[in-house]
Design a protein around this ligand. Sequence first.
Ligand SMILES: Nc1ncnc2c1ncn2[C@@H]1O[C@H](COP(=O)(O)OP(=O)(O)OP(=O)(O)O)[C@@H](O)[C@H]1O
Length: 260
Amino acid sequence: MIEVSNLKKVYTLSKKDRQKEKTAQREKVAVDGISFQAREGEIFGLLGPNGAGKTTTLRCISTLIKPTAGSIRVEGYDVVESGQDVRSSLCFLTNELKLDTHFTPAYTIEFFGKLYGLDKEVIQERKEELFQRFGINDFQNVAIGELSTGMKQKLSIAVSLVHDPKIIIFDEPTNGLDIITAKGVTDYLVEMRNKGKTIIISTHIMNVAEKLCDRVAIILDGKIAAEGTVASICESMGQKDLEDAFFQMYLKNQEVGHLG
Ligand SMILES: Nc1ncnc2c1ncn2[C@@H]1O[C@H](COP(=O)(O)OP(=O)(O)OP(=O)(O)O)[C@@H](O)[C@H]1O
């Protein structure tokens, strides 16, 4: 279970950031008082356009960055007070795990398994299961530097899951993956959901959310604009699919922004 209450995250902008963002402001409010819960046995989706605050929220949950205000509990543990307990109960997947190019996939997963303090036998079992699941067996003894982007992404996913975490956090799960690998990943998430894991994903692809998520929260400008099942959100906006409902909400938010 993940409980996010009134989460706020403010970044301090460096001179370089200010130039890049073309702003004179010294701070950026990325997430502004959001609350939601993701429960066991469900896939919860954070939806929103670029810059809405999805990754920031996921990074706060994963203890990679500290919230400015508000609280987050993961399996009952507070992310600030009990960071270590939070980290051992979750995995944060981004497709961007930096892997050492000199090592092989087999060595890498064993290395991470040991880091998590797993027994040798458990590491072997997990390795066999995950390598089989993500089609890594054929290149498990090839140096990572020689692998294609897709192969490295599959390995990143397998490595992140080695400790069989209760909570799976996945930033843009299908981004950059070919259609076959993407399907392998989404099927895996559904399987894990059915096993009772708590899963949060972020996406800006409505189709992914519609197919995969039991409930979603739509984030616009760091705030939750709507939360519920895809069906209930479509119904409340009087639209037949999530893409139309999302655009309706986006336009409404722009109007309010302009008026305010
Ligand atoms: N380290 C940082 N320093 C300063 N500003 C940041 C930092 N990280 C993110 N931001 C800003 O915070 C806002 C929210 O970013 P975030 O990455 O959480 O959005 P997102 O919804 O995940 O978008 P995307 O889909 O583009 O990744 C954006 O305006 C972004 O530029």
